[in-house]
Design a protein around this ligand. Structure first.
Ligand code: SF4
Ligand code: SF4
Length: 189
């Protein structure tokens, strides 16, 4: 194992789809709307700092509305992610799922200069990290690079949203900045 591959096998324990909050990028959301026809006003929620842990105060994707701050997340219930089939425990939008879901629990390794070294598994996540499988790192790295590009654009969108001073601004108004979805949808007030 090394730069070309990383040992890991998902044993479908369900932890990452029930216990982990998934923070999609706007481009993840667009893909889910286009491929699945999913309603972003139903499958997204906006979490306050009290409702999420493990995100830095200075994370550039905090949405500012009045005196409160929010992060865009996939909606969850006590049963887990909005897209988790409650019977089979499989993802119902597997082909369109967010990049974060695709990269979990892999962690990229780079030099300080940004040279790619390989992938390992995140130390601080709850995945059992079974090592009885092998994944090629090239597709993972392509996903990682794609996500980095999107993060920059994501921050630009957030900056524009945060600069808005309209008194009736709501966190879900962020959605209409990057995706068009019929506002007549029953779940969008
Ligand atoms: S989108 Fe799919 S893979 Fe991602 S957390 Fe939800 S159910 Fe799991
Ligand atoms: S936590 Fe790890 S083993 Fe469990 S479903 Fe997620 S990726 Fe698979």
């Amino acid at each position: 194992m090394g730069k070309e591959s990383v040992r890991f096998a998902c044993h479908h324990c369900g932890h990452c789809c029930t216990e982990v909050v998934c923070l999609p990028t706007p481009w993840d959301v667009i893909r889910m709307v286009r491929m699945e026809g999913a309603n972003p006003y139903e499958f997204l929620e906006f979490l306050t700092a009290e409702e999420i842990t493990g995100v830095e105060d200075d994370d550039p994707t905090w949405l500012e509305v009045g005196d409160e701050r929010y992060l865009m997340a996939l909606r969850r219930s006590a049963d887990g992610c909005h897209f988790l089939d409650k019977k089979t425990r499989y993802c119902t939008i597997y082909e369109a799922r967010p990049i974060l879901c695709r990269l979990y629990p892999f962690a990229v390794q780079e030099t300080e200069e940004g040279e790619f070294l390989g992938f390992t598994l995140h130390d601080d996540v709850g995945c059992p990290k079974n090592r009885d499988g092998v994944h090629k790192t090239a597709p993972l790295y392509a996903l990682y690079q794609d996500d980095c590009l999107h993060q920059t654009d994501y921050q630009d969108l957030v900056n524009v949203f945060n600069a808005r001073t309209d008194a009736d601004k709501r966190p879900e108004d962020f959605i209409e900045m990057f995706v068009h979805y019929e506002k007549s949808s029953p779940s969008h007030n």
